[in-house]
Design a protein around this ligand. Structure first.
Ligand code: HEM
Ligand code: HEM
Length: 464
């Protein structure tokens, strides 16, 4: 299929912008990590930890995460359907709206406008922008799939469609609110119901943003980079449907030991454990696809990113279910363990797969050879070590914090004051901050390599 048949322009633009937001997210992540150990780095009122933290999560999940999903979804959909994008104009409009929304989100969050619902912090006028953005995106992808020239729908398309529909439903239900002024609204739900809806949304944001899209990408790029076909299409589809069915019941595992009814918590716990099976269905499919290709772990830098990525997904989906068990939840909930879990998924699984996808797409879209595989390998090791430094330090910190909180004197009083438990975290927070700097340095190597590829990369014809 000739190159001009597809619209790569839009994927290129989304790649550029998502990387920019990714660098901002990581910079702000490092800043808040340092603020915890150097409180004087808080500059009230705008640059305090409380305002910068949601800026970090929004820039990371929506700027970097969604931005690069847009780029890859446009690329993958056209290739898998053998059909040019349904509307170039809508896609361009989506790019402008995406950037406008991210900028508006950054400004309003720094000004202190926040709904106080985690991962749904933006106030109602921005909710409307997000809904328009999503509808435009979904319409473009769905119409392209409908008009496809390739009859078979590869598993990546299923995961993309699930994400498109899932995010729409979750976002709209959780966004039900009563505006009282331009930048203030109150949730339509009250008390425990509000919490339940919020975490039904929150956890399924993990499913529909941090799981389904990277899986779509992984399933597409692993066979592409290794040259070996997917081990089992049947297994991929069974894993898809069971994953989608099971995720929707697990939200209340964020609300163990709260006033949410016990049976709701028990259902969430049971479904979280059942989720191991469909999650590992994809992990095993990935490993078996590597069949006779394991030597490529040495020779092919893309395979390294993808296989380490799916391995972190596998670990994440064993750790997550164990955190959903009531007794373990009582131990690690509210501790540093949780950011350790989050960042193994975010910096490990999601970001590693995205790095691989971008490394694959940029040379193909510009018709140039990657500038330096050596730099790509360096990037790999820097982000891997940065991520491990982050997660491992937080897991150890979390266990120490939990045991300190639980330590009791013979008379039943607490052994440690809260301040003592907090001070004990400081060394771990230093490790996390420097691990973050290493991760950022790796990301900058990635950016340099891409810029040089576009500017100086040897010209090659795009493979059919
Ligand atoms: C089988 C799959 C998974 C299960 C059952 C699971 C379970 C959990 C549980 C129980 C918590 C709450 C911990 C607490 O606060 O006590 C949690 C938090 C979290 N998980 Fe997972 N997890 C899974 C996979 C993932 C994946 C793949 C990611 C991707 C990055 C992820 C991202 C997160 C995030 C962002 C939070 C923090 C939510 C917050 O702000 O409190 N999880 N997970
Ligand atoms: C150098 C890299 C990074 C650093 C230093 C960093 C740092 C931090 C810090 C300090 C927090 C607050 C933890 C707390 O309140 O206890 C945080 C939260 C969070 N970060 Fe990052 N981060 C980095 C990269 C990323 C990336 C790449 C993503 C997503 C793709 C991400 C997603 C999140 C999320 C979802 C949370 C909320 C976690 C929760 O509520 O438990 N971070 N990060």
């Amino acid at each position: 299929m000739a190159k001009s048949t597809y619209n790569y322009d839009i994927s290129r633009s989304f790649v550029n912008w998502s990387i920019l937001w990714g660098v901002v997210a990581v910079l702000v992540g490092i800043l808040i990590a340092f603020q915890l150990v150097l409180p004087s780095w808080n500059l009230p009122p705008f640059l305090t930890y409380g305002r910068l933290r949601p800026l970090h999560t929004n820039a990371a999940l929506f700027g970097w995460g969604l931005g690069s999903f847009f780029a890859t979804f446009f690329y993958i959909t056209q290739r898998l359907t053998r059909q040019r994008l349904w509307s170039d104009g809508l896609a361009r409009f989506q790019l402008y709206l995406f950037n406008a929304t991210i900028i508006a989100a950054a400004v309003t969050l720094l000004l202190g406008y926040n709904t106080s619902k985690e991962y749904h912090e933006l106030e109602w006028p921005l909710d409307i922008l997000v809904v328009v953005l999503w509808v435009v995106f979904a319409a473009n992808i769905i119409m392209t799939v409908i008009k496809r020239k390739e009859e078979q729908m590869y598993v990546s398309i299923w995961f993309m469609l699930a994400s498109l529909i899932g995010v729409a439903v979750l976002y709209l239900v959780n966004a039900a609110e009563v505006p009282v002024s331009l930048f203030k609204s109150y949730s339509a739900y009250a008390g425990a119901n509000d919490a339940n809806v919020q975490w039904w949304y929150g956890h399924n944001a993990v499913a529909m943003v941090l799981t389904a899209p990277p899986l779509a990408i992984f399933y597409y790029f692993l066979p592409k980079t290794t040259g070996a076909p997917l081990y089992s299409h049947r297994l991929s589809i069974v894993a898809f449907w069971s994953l989608i069915f099971m995720y929707l019941w697990t939200g209340a595992h964020h609300l163990m030991w709260t006033p949410v009814p016990d049976w709701v918590q028990t259902v969430a716990m049971a479904f979280s454990i059942m989720l191991i099976a469909p999650s590992w269905g994809s992990v095993i499919n990935g490993y078996l696809t590597m069949g006779g290709q394991w030597h490529q772990m040495r020779s092919n830098y893309l395979v390294k990113f993808l296989i380490l990525g799916i391995t972190f997904y596998g670990l994440q989906t064993l750790q997550g279910p164990s955190q959903a068990v009531r007794t373990f939840s009582a131990f690690i909930h509210y501790t540093e363990w949780i950011p350790g879990h989050v960042h193994m998924g975010a910096m490990g699984w999601v970001s590693l797969v995205l790095f691989a996808a971008i490394y694959y797409m940029v040379p193909h879209m510009y018709g140039r050879k990657l500038y330096s595989e050596g730099l790509a390998n360096l990037h790999f090791w820097m982000v891997l070590l940065g991520q491990l430094g982050y997660s491992v330090s937080m897991w150890i910190a979390g266990v120490q914090q939990a045991t300190m909180w639980h330590a009791i004197n013979p008379d039943g009083s607490l052994h440690y004051s809260f301040m003592e438990t907090l001070a004990a975290m400081v060394p771990y927070w230093w490790v996390r901050a420097f691990a973050g700097v290493l991760y950022l340095a790796g990301v900058l190597v990635f950016v340099y390599n891409l810029v040089q590829t576009v500017k100086k990369g040897e010209a090659v014809a795009e493979p059919a």
